[in-house]
Design a binder for this molecule. Structure first.
Ligand code: ASP
Length: 344
């Protein structure tokens, strides 16, 4: 039986039109261009239904409530389709790909985010290949997770990061091998995939959209000379969770006693501070250096090898499902959706 794939077009370069003001999303345009692609009506290709969001967004404008819209859209259409493609701008695609796995539970079908660096309307583009490959992967393989396809890779969504503003291989997952490689063949590494939930498990969307003013998580990257007063301000309410971008294996300026005191005062108040390295590759080990142990003494918890995008999305998710700070701390240290490898 021919498979039927649901395509949610949220916006982004892939479907943009060349206007006098530059590339801009245009309602109906992507769907129209797709009807002109003979490849898509080839018998080897699945059927598809395209649902265009209103408004179409440059992904720089995406908010957590948009992640919920996508999750709810997938859930509403889950039983009707064999797989799901989310066409998305590349700028914040890794954030959405990191958030959806926490929101969508019981996923047994592929949900693949993709987009492109050059729109489909241009003669030389990467849109055509990414779109066709995503359709083939979503229909021909059993991939029970949220993933991101771009260029020559299929990546776990909550391990992905955007690594190039121009390149056709714009995404990578530096701390986790690709789930698949796309070359002359499409090779999926099944041993890496998440376990498929039992048939009896219903797809659920966890959490709920919040008012953007109530977003209570943040990301702060340390740098030499960072002011303890600035950090102290950031740590004030309404902040409830912070990803702290640290050096190397999770180190910070332990000689700055005022900075350490600000961090300690915040964690004592219940702010959850998660240590994620600024390095693209590798894991946090707070015990390796005194400069890391000091952060642990200040109540900062390890984010192990999580990406910043995944740590932020996970914090956001845990607060949005109503976890207390203690529960958030506990859950942050657990591998929930393949987003991290916990090391001793
Ligand atoms: N600014 C665009 C977006 O993220 C970039 C892209 O799609 O490549 O929507």
């Amino acid at each position: 039986m021919k498979k039927h794939i649901y395509i949610a077009y949220t916006g982004g370069t892939i479907g943009m039109k060349n206007t006098p003001a530059g590339y801009a999303p245009a309602p109906g345009y992507l769907g129209h261009l797709m009807t002109l692609m003979p490849e898509l009506s080839d018998p080897a290709m699945p059927d598809y239904t395209i649902h265009e969001y209103d408004p179409l967004l440059d992904s720089s404008n995406m908010m957590p409530e948009d992640w919920f819209t996508i999750a709810q859209d997938i859930a509403a259409n889950y039983d009707t389709y064999d797989g799901f493609i989310v066409l998305h701008g590349t700028d914040t695609m890794a954030y959405t790909a990191s958030a959806l796995p926490f929101m969508l539970r019981g996923l047994r079908k592929a949900a693949i985010l993709t987009g492109s660096q050059i729109p489909l309307c241009e003669i030389r583009n990467d849109a055509r290949r990414n779109l066709i490959t995503a359709l083939i992967i979503a229909s021909d393989f059993v991939i029970p997770e949220v993933c991101l396809h771009f260029g020559s890779k299929l990546l776990r969504g909550c391990r992905s990061v955007k690594v190039s503003a121009y390149g056709f291989d714009a995404f990578d997952s530096p701390n986790f091998p690709p789930l698949g490689s796309v070359g002359t063949d499409i090779d999926i590494n099944r041993s890496l995939l998440l376990d498929r939930p039992p048939d009896t498990e219903k797809l659920r969307v966890l959490g709920h959209p919040n008012d953007p003013d109530d977003t209570v998580v943040g990301w702060l990257r340390l740098f030499p000379g960072i002011s303890s007063r600035v950090v102290g301000h950031i740590l004030q309410p309404p902040l409830r969770g912070l990803v702290l971008g640290t050096y190397g294996v999770g180190n910070g300026p332990d000689r700055d006693k005022r900075l350490m005191a600000e961090l300690k005062a915040a964690t004592d108040r219940g702010v959850v501070i998660v240590n994620c390295t600024q390095c693209l590759e590798g894991s946090v080990h707070m015990g390796d250096y005194a400069a890391g142990s000091a952060l642990a003494d200040a109540g900062v918890i390890s984010g192990f090898d999580m990406t910043t995008e995944a740590a932020l999305a996970k914090l956001f998710h845990l607060f949005s499902v109503g976890c207390s700070p203690e529960q958030v701390k506990t859950e942050m240290q657990k591998n929930l959706r393949g987003e991290m490898k916990r090391e001793a």
